[in-house]
Design a protein around this ligand. Sequence first.
Ligand code: ADP
Length: 385
Amino acid sequence: MDNIADVLQKAFPGLEGDGLDDLMAVAHKRFYPPDTVIVHEEEAGHTFFVVLKGQVEVSKQIDGQTRRVLQRHGPGEFFGEMALIEELPRVATVQTLTPSTLLEIHKDDFDTALARHPTLALTVMRKVTQRLRWADQTAIAELRQQNEKLARAYHKLAEQERLRSEFLTTIAHELRTPLTAADGYLSLIASGKLPADQVQEGVGRAARSVKRVVKLVNDILFLQEMDLILPEFQPVSLRELISQAVADRSQQAIDANLSLRVQVEEPLPEIRGDPEWLRRAIDALLDNAIKFSPNGGEISIRIARRSEQIRLSISDQGVGIPTDQMDRVFARFQRIERAGPHLFGGVGLGLPVARQVVEQHGGTIEVHSVEGQGSTFVLSLPATD
Ligand code: ADP
């Protein structure tokens, strides 16, 4: 479309007769090579443009780094319309994308033509208003989108902040309980008021409390650092790791009237792994099984080879995990608050540590659980022979 009359009629439908002739008389044809900036945002301008041939791009600087393309105009489309309405600076930058020929009409000439032909004024104003309304709607839609994005980001931040503050409160409580106990026993011993035959037990209890604190702090540091360090792989016997972990908890199991059963399916090859890391994972699962088990319950630990994997499962007959919470429990600092008479301590570090360890060993961890009946955690680690 390079006929000036056709292009002006496309730009302003209904424009004809003298009005069209007058506009054609004041329109100057001008050629621009590609990538030429025709109007620059924020600069004053008195010219209105209609594309005769080629294509131009309208863009706007959003912030220091982002320039957003608003529109592309081809033959029969116009830009620079604000110049017709008021002496306003340009609101966007327009640049040629291809070799382009533009019709340029100076504001004064346009005004003269408008004054002579009221119908021209109506046609032009109708089209310009349409364009402005479209721009408004686009801006509103964009604002709405930005608002939604902001609201989502805000909710995410608020949720993170809630978790962080919950975590700090929990951790403060988890630290305070054993520290207060240790402090109590040690003060009593230091004051000489504890009968001599109970000193040994008092020291033992203080030491266990301090150990709990050390373990908690170690878990936090381990979880923070384990993204940065790699496990030290060597041949490891899972059977041995399990029997050490179980032996370490024999007193605890007796105290809670729990039986720990270990079943190993032969033959069981060694795996390649970091024994210290794997112990952390096993400890976390065993500690949870003990913590969430009822008095008199049984915890059963099975190790077996299943084709290319060694499976270690730890089952308890405890409180179980609600189905809708199952995905959450492996995330850092996530705990399930349980209603009811029994309060379980914990800060939500055990399962994330276990998962990280297992994943660093190329394995997986999954959980099967029925609320009120018990849970089974299954570690699958690659067999190496
Ligand atoms: P915590 O220190 O709270 O035990 P974990 O990361 O080890 O943290 O576990 C996260 C949550 O998963 C626990 O608060 C608990 O609700 C649930 N959970 C983990 N193991 C068991 C289990 N054996 N039985 C029931 N719930 C469990």
